[in-house]
Design a protein around this ligand. Structure first.
Ligand SMILES: Cc1cc2nc3c(=O)[nH]c(=O)nc-3n(C[C@H](O)[C@H](O)[C@H](O)COP(=O)(O)OP(=O)(O)OC[C@H]3O[C@@H](n4cnc5c(N)ncnc54)[C@H](O)[C@@H]3O)c2cc1C
Length: 377
């Protein structure tokens, strides 16, 4: 028997679920197919940071819209989250130069509350940041900390309960063509099919991906033991290396001097793409990462030298009551070789491939999905 829906979505990570939500909100009947019994891809392996401050000005609106949708979904589900903002800690003159240039040249971030804090103001907001040698920090109030391991299932729960999305976990999609989708649970017809297959981009419409030059980025991550009862991270933390990483800072001419110093002082960190972000989980553990290695095929191993670089850099700017590491893992996301924020392609009528959000899928997916679904009408 062939079943039918208005919109079929392939992939139960954040990108697929965001498209399911946008389509259901637009009035469509939606069926979502996820190969695994639950999402175990990039969407549950990340920091859970909604990070508008890291997005270039052109994407800030999309990031802030995504933030609104996240807050609505999180409130509906009761899942843990913290609207804590972020601190880019500044410990060197060249880091201060970049932050000051960013503030002087990025008016929309300033409009949304970004500003420089003194070391004393940082100490008032964070018990975790090391104040010795601290010059201050870039404060931004827009960042939200979710716990991906609880937030991603919470999105699925809201899709099913509040938006009547038909969730088909444990169902792999074998073939897609205009209007038709063949799965391990049978065949569906659908007016629209959205393919959000994350890393598994070599299976459906492989030519789309080959043409894009997409690669995979492998990232190493760690999580501490639970911190003492009642402990809270407060604002999510990062430091100088992160200024090299996010595209919001890429236009700053003062980055060259910063990069030169890090190339001399921490060449291993630059070679391994290490910058360090710190977030909290629903149970009061702390997630610390990450590194960035690019290629099509990665080894499956966790490299101790890379974890050491991450933890050594973390120790230069922060300290935890209980620093012991309880878990180590890696995540992989597809990454575009260009400055494009995403890959949205229609390989045949009624079929849309959405991928390539790189390290910003949690931050941008809900907003992007509304734009994609809005473009259909
Ligand atoms: C370590 C790490 C840290 C990160 N930190 C952040 C962060 O703090 N903030 C942020 O904004 N972003 C972050 N990101 C990026 C973010 O996690 C990704 O951009 C996002 O999760 C990608 O979502 P996705 O849905 O495309 O992929 P996935 O979550 O991998 O989901 C794709 C799903 O599609 C399913 N699938 C594939 N093919 C089929 C098929 N044929 N049939 C059925 N199902 C199929 C797979 O099983 C998979 O579940 C991070 C990523 C990593 C790896």
């Amino acid at each position: 028997m062939t079943r039918t829906c208005d919109v079929a979505v392939v992939g139960g990570g954040i990108v697929g679920m965001a498209h399911a939500l946008a389509a259901a909100r637009a009035g469509a009947s939606v069926t979502l197919f996820e190969r695994d019994e639950r999402a175990v891809g990039a969407s549950i392996r990340n920091f859970g940071l909604l990070w508008p401050v890291g997005q270039p000005a052109a994407l800030r609106g999309r990031a802030l819209r995504s933030r609104e949708v996240w807050l609505d979904v999180l409130k509906r589900s009761g899942a843990w989250y913290a609207e804590v903002g972020s601190l880019h800690l500044v410990r060197h003159a060249d880091e201060q130069d970049v932050v000051e240039e960013f503030l002087a040249t990025t008016p929309d971030a300033v409009e949304h509350g970004a500003r420089m804090l003194t070391a004393a103001e940082v100490a008032e907001r964070s018990s975790v940041a090391t104040t010795d040698g601290l010059r201050g920090a870039l404060w931004s109030p827009t960042e939200v900390n979710v716990d991906p391991r609880t937030a991603i299932p919470a999105v699925a729960q809201v899709l099913a309960a509040d938006f009547r999305v038909d969730l088909r976990f444990g169902t792999a999609v074998r073939h897609v063509e205009s209007g038709r989708i063949d799965t391990t649970a049978g065949e569906w017809t659908a007016d629209r099919i959205v393919i959000c297959s994350g890393n598994e981009f070599q299976a459906l419409y492989p030519d789309v991906f080959a043409d894009s030059g997409i690669r995979r980025c492998k990232l190493q991550m760690m999580r501490t033991v639970r911190q003492p009862s009642g402990w809270e991270l407060g604002p999510t933390l990062c430091a100088g290396l992160t200024l090299l990483h996010y595209r919001s800072f890429a236009h700053c001419a003062s980055l060259d001097a910063l990069r030169e110093r890090f190339a001399a002082e921490l060449p291993g960190h630059l070679a391994d793409g290490v910058h360090v972000l710190v977030s909290q989980t629903a149970d009061g553990e702390v997630t610390i990462g990450d590194s960035h290695h690019y290629g099509i095929t990665h080894d499956p191993f966790q490299h101790e030298t890379v974890d050491r670089e991450i933890l050594d850099y973390f120790a230069t700017f922060a300290g935890l009551p209980r620093p012991q590491i309880a878990e180590r893992w890696h995540g992989i996301y597809p990454s575009l070789p260009t400055a494009d924020a995403d890959l949205v392609v229609s390989p045949e009528p009624g079929v849309t491939v959405v991928n390539g959000l790189g390290g910003a899928g949690m931050t941008l997916s809900f907003g992007l999905a509304e734009e994609v679904v809005g473009s259909w009408s």
